[in-house]
Design a protein around this ligand. Sequence first.
Ligand SMILES: [Zn+2]
Ligand SMILES: [Zn+2]
Length: 268
Amino acid sequence: MKYNDMHVHTSSSPDAEIPAVELCRIALEVGVETIGFVAHVDLHPSDHCCNGFSESDYLAELDLAESSGVRVLRGLEVGEPHRYMEEAELLFTRSRYDFITGALHWLGDRHILKGAPFFRGDALEIVKEYYRETLVIVQNSPINILAHMGILRRGMAQAGLTVDLNETVLFPSLIGEILETMIRRGIALEVNTAGLRRPERTTYPIADVLRMYSELGGERITLGSDTHRYKNAFFGLSAGHSLIKSCGFADYGVFVNGEYTAAPLLSS
Ligand SMILES: [Zn+2]
Ligand SMILES: [Zn+2]
């Protein structure tokens, strides 16, 4: 089995612990042939990773990994790109990267990966707001991949709420508009497997969103483990890969120099 994992954090990110060279060594052991590395570029003032990005340190770390035998792709995960992309672009040179991933972790001052917002507010209203902001991201942001759509289940689970909502049923026109906008703009939908190792036990997004994307004609799918730590490095790739196959996609892909390149799905 040879996977392409397009969401892997190195120790350059303040919340991650594995150097790029080590990640490549582990990748070879577990059957990952391509690593799409990302570093957090966060400018939300309350974010743990705010101001934690150094382009020179990050790229130097990736250079060291080049001779590892794993294909190294250079990426970034920009938080709230619809609000901070201009500021973020002062911190990096786009031409040095293969891809930019856009991520939504904050709704205003509410960190939706935590339980707190869901204790205070109406959960369904927060879900709707999350998708309204997601729509603005895919409409306006110069990104290649939308990261972990639906990750707010992590905060919901922490708040003790059920996470078995189906946004394609709750907000079909809003979700449809997000996915159609992504298709029109060439933004890939990431299947993020980090939720499979958390209490919510689901990918972000859920299978119904993937099926809706496929039915609308979406073809650009990436797979990402969101690896931060040794104990769950590359977790869930097999399950995520199977899910992509079962939702009707012919292949999945990677970005090289900003261009989407399809890669075959494996036969078993
Ligand atoms: Zn993220
Ligand atoms: Zn991430």
